[in-house]
Design a protein around this ligand. Structure first.
Ligand code: SAH
Length: 214
């Protein structure tokens, strides 16, 4: 896989599309300019890598639409050095965007094959997240607390373990819903016992599955 002026030009067009859909955070837009999304897809899809589409990435899973990745990242309100927990590494593309912005990223994936594939691509691109193979419902207590948590699969409910692993004042972005569609929510941890919830519209994700590590 190689980057080229052609792909860089395609990325600039994608950034214009993201801006026209309302993405404003310069850090997010710059990260989309820097990261070659085609590295995260099968060769057959490389030419379409910069259209606002989701694709199969193997093991029955999909890489999220660029707009969805940009939208969730913008909601996270990232600061350089933020410690971020991601659930659902998938292709690793969202992980790379978080790394590019300067976050310290911890990401969990329940499919071994995807976990290993994402590890290879991210290493190749010189990103250095801590990738774990396991069940995202449990989070990573050994590395908690986190400044931010981002869930990139459709969760049936807000997992308490993940709220517990979030710092007070921290933000969690989580799509909630068990059917085809989920409601994007921003959770702010107000104190050790209180959270505030806001809704940000409807999105479609593959399901977040509990105790199904394979
Ligand atoms: N962020 C990814 C999105 C991939 S789709 C990307 O940019 O490509 C969501 C991923 O969540 C899938 O790979 C799926 O296997 C994973 N997933 C679902 N339930 C999970 C769980 N309980 N723990 C960890 N990963 C999970």
């Amino acid at each position: 896989m190689q980057d080229s002026f052609k792909y860089k030009g395609m990325r600039k067009k994608l950034i214009q599309e993201l801006q026209s859909k309302g993405i404003k955070d310069e850090k997010v837009l710059d990260a989309f300019e820097a990261v070659p999304r085609h590295y995260f897809l099968d060769n057959a899809f490389a030419e379409q890598a910069y259209s606002n589409m989701a694709f199969q990435i193997g093991s029955g899973q999909t890489i999220s639409h660029p707009y969805t990745v940009a939208f969730q990242t913008e909601l996270l309100d990232l600061k350089k050095g933020d410690k971020v927990l991601e659930i659902g590494t998938g292709s690793g593309f969202q992980t790379s965007i978080l790394c590019q912005i300067g976050a310290k990223v911890f990401s969990i994936e329940r499919h071994k094959e995807l976990h290993l594939k994402a590890k290879r691509v991210l290493q190749h691109l010189k990103f250095n997240p801590r990738l774990s193979f396991g069940d995202g419902f449990k989070g990573l207590p050994a590395f908690a607390p986190f400044d931010k948590v981002i869930i990139t699969c459709g969760a049936p409910y807000i997992p308490q373990a993940l709220v517990d692993q979030l710092k007070v004042g921290g933000i969690m972005i989580i799509p909630i819903g068990e059917g085809e569609e989920q409601q994007m929510k921003r959770i702010v941890k107000k104190s050790e016992t209180e959270i505030a919830e806001e809704d940000f519209g409807v999105f479609k994700f593959v399901p977040m599955l509990e105790n199904k590590v394979k």
